[in-house]
Design a protein around this ligand. Structure first.
Ligand code: NI
Length: 172
């Protein structure tokens, strides 16, 4: 199976709102598999449709030592608590920030076969789901920061992206 190309911020469709999936077929299954492989190969813990050029509400994720999971058309129906934790994103490589997220959420979604899911998630899993859910709304993690920090983080990103585009390695 061939890996998918990761869309780098701010390229389309990262700033677009993704559409619900209506067809649960073998193509969707294959797509989820390819996304999981692409996520693993890039060392990510989550990947959303828009990050591989798909305007579809599909998310794959896997907590370290957890089971891979695919969420279709996810909704976050309850949120509780707040905590800061470090986040990065395959679409904004080498950029990291402490991002506030709810510590406890309740999620409704469909699995890749179309079966309804309704479950609660806490802490790191809740963080991953919120991060990936945001991608489906056209949001990226710096959007969740206070205005001052957000500006600084986006400025840092512009510098990283400039160097990427110039073909210069960004590793220290
Ligand atoms: Ni991301």
């Amino acid at each position: 199976m061939s890996l998918m190309d990761i869309v780098i911020y701010p390229d389309a469709p990262l700033r677009e709102v993704a559409s619900p999936v209506v067809k649960f077929d073998s193509e969707l299954n294959r797509l989820a598999e390819r996304m999981l492989e692409t996520m693993d190969a890039n060392g990510g813990v989550g990947l959303a449709g828009p990050q591989v050029g798909l305007r579809k509400q599909i998310v794959v994720l896997c907590e370290p030592e957890g089971e891979p999971m695919c969420l279709i058309n996810p909704e976050i129906v309850e949120m509780d608590g707040k905590d800061y934790g470090e986040e990065g994103c395959l679409s904004l490589p080498d950029l990291y920030a402490q991002v506030p997220r709810a510590t406890h959420i309740r999620v409704r979604a469909r699995d890749v076969e179309g079966a309804p899911l309704d479950f609660e998630a806490r802490d790191f899993l809740a963080r991953i789901i919120q991060h990936e859910y945001d991608h489906l709304q056209g949001k990226v993690f710096p959007d969740r920061l206070d205005a001052l920090t957000r500006d600084a983080v986006f400025n840092e990103w512009e510098e990283i992206r400039r160097r990427m585009d110039a073909g210069v390695s960004v590793t220290d």
